[in-house]
Design a protein around this ligand. Structure first.
Ligand code: ATP
Length: 384
């Protein structure tokens, strides 16, 4: 007999349905005079080749009803992508039901997800309650932070996914459900599997197709995103006169650890405080004002964790002074950075030196987490 959930009001933010999410959003929009309009799937790609490819793959997966797993650092737009995929899908008329697996109290998780029947336990709502899985019937169930789902619940979810039916607490018979599943996490599920914290069989159920959202610092369309967000905030089309070159430069150079969420907050702030119709450097929030630009020649490859670390190093342009560490990722990164420094960040020259085409070098920069502002000869900072 399943444990009845402890009677306790559900925090509004613990489980979000499409309706509550819409309401919350409309309140926010009413508070400001602007509304982010990033719901359309094709808008999400902005001008980034990787994103366009990812969106196209997402559409094909959704067209075939394949469960999608969205990976990406926090704030990269996993929830936005999930909503956009639902809105694009044939199920768009039905509900998009979001559940944040990290924030449902374990004691409530089972009844919230799978529901319960009348009289299932003392304190239950008199008429019973439809769980989120059933609410998503015909539509899309978005399980955010799936990596945080309690292990016992994973077993029950696996059953729902394989049998396509759910048994609410206290029910005698299963109820069939037909839904598109989209899950998201910032965690490495393979590592969680290795640690025995995530079921491998569930992984293969939820990861029919994996879409890995790039970090903002890896995206080539940051300039366009900035302009899009400013236009959204101002509620009108914006050209580059709306931002001082130094401020734009700083926005392009900043490594954005909080990704799109942080950029959106920064743009919102700057648009609110700017005076005279143009965002100046002084209108940027403190973290951007204090951001110290570090010449790229001072980059020391220390792995994939994004950190800005100024330190003295070899002379700029010395393409031959690569210190090998034996770590293939770090060594390749050093080699590419040395070639870039040697060519003063001229992509054509560096790609010739490395014996690859320009497109391959751009790909390599993304793979190796080397920030680069496209078509700008020498970016002013480095993420080591
Ligand atoms: N395409 C976009 N354009 C503009 N802003 C965006 C876009 N995508 C996301 N954002 C901004 O970033 C915020 C976070 O987006 P979202 O919740 O989709 O990210 P997430 O990856 O799911 O984050 P987390 O991992 O923290 O749950 C949004 O509320 C919005 O402000």
């Amino acid at each position: 007999m399943p444990t009845p959930p402890v009677e306790q009001p559900m925090a509004e933010s613990d489980v979000q349905t499409a309706d509550t999410a819409h309401t919350a959003r409309s309140h926010r929009c009413a508070a400001s005079r602007t509304a982010p309009r990033y719901r359309d799937i094709d808008q999400l790609a902005a001008g980034d080749e990787l994103m366009r490819d990812l969106v196209e793959r997402g559409k094909r997966l959704i067209d075939r009803g394949i469960p999608v797993l969205i990976l990406g650092e926090t704030g990269t737009g996993k929830e936005y992508l999930s909503r956009a995929l639902h809105d694009y899908s044939a199920r768009r008329q039905a509900a998009w039901v979001a559940v944040n697996c990290a924030s449902i109290p374990e004691s409530l998780a089972e009844s919230e997800l799978f529901g319960y029947c009348k009289g299932a336990f003392s304190g239950a709502l008199p008429g019973g309650m439809k769980g989120k899985v059933q609410q998503a019937d015909g539509g899309t169930l978005f399980l955010d932070e799936i990596g945080d789902m309690p292990f016992a619940l994973q077993t029950r979810l696996l059953r729902v996914l394989s049998e396509r039916e759910v048994i609410p607490l206290g029910a005698m018979r299963p109820v069939s459900v037909d839904l598109q599943l989209i899950c998201a996490t910032h965690q490495d599920l393979k590592t969680l599997i290795g640690e025995g914290r995530f079921r491998e069989d569930l992984y293969y159920r939820v990861a029919g197709g994996v879409l890995r959202l790039p970090a903002l610092r890896e995206r080539a369309d940051r300039r366009r995103l900035v302009m899009q967000m400013i236009a959204d905030e101002l509620g009108e089309a914006a050209d580059e006169n709306v931002i001082a070159p130094a401020a734009l430069q700083r926005l392009l150079a900043y490594p954005w650890p909080g990704n799109l969420r942080q950029m959106h907050a920064v743009i919102r702030y700057s648009c609110a405080v700017m005076n005279g119709g143009r965002i100046e450097l002084r209108d940027l929030p403190e973290e951007l004002m204090q951001f110290q630009a570090v010449p790229l020649a001072q980059v020391h490859p220390i792995g994939r964790t994004a950190q800005i670390r100024p330190f003295a190093s070899r002379a700029e342009g010395d393409a031959t002074s690569v210190v090998l560490t034996g770590d293939p990722y770090r060594d390749e990164r050093s080699r590419v950075i040395a070639a870039l420094n040697g060519s003063r960040w001229n992509i054509s020259a560096a790609s010739r030196q490395l014996g690859m085409c320009r497109a391959s070098l751009y790909r390599k920069l993304r793979q190796l987490d080397i920030p680069h502002v496209r078509d700008q000869a020498m970016p002013a900072y480095a993420v080591a």
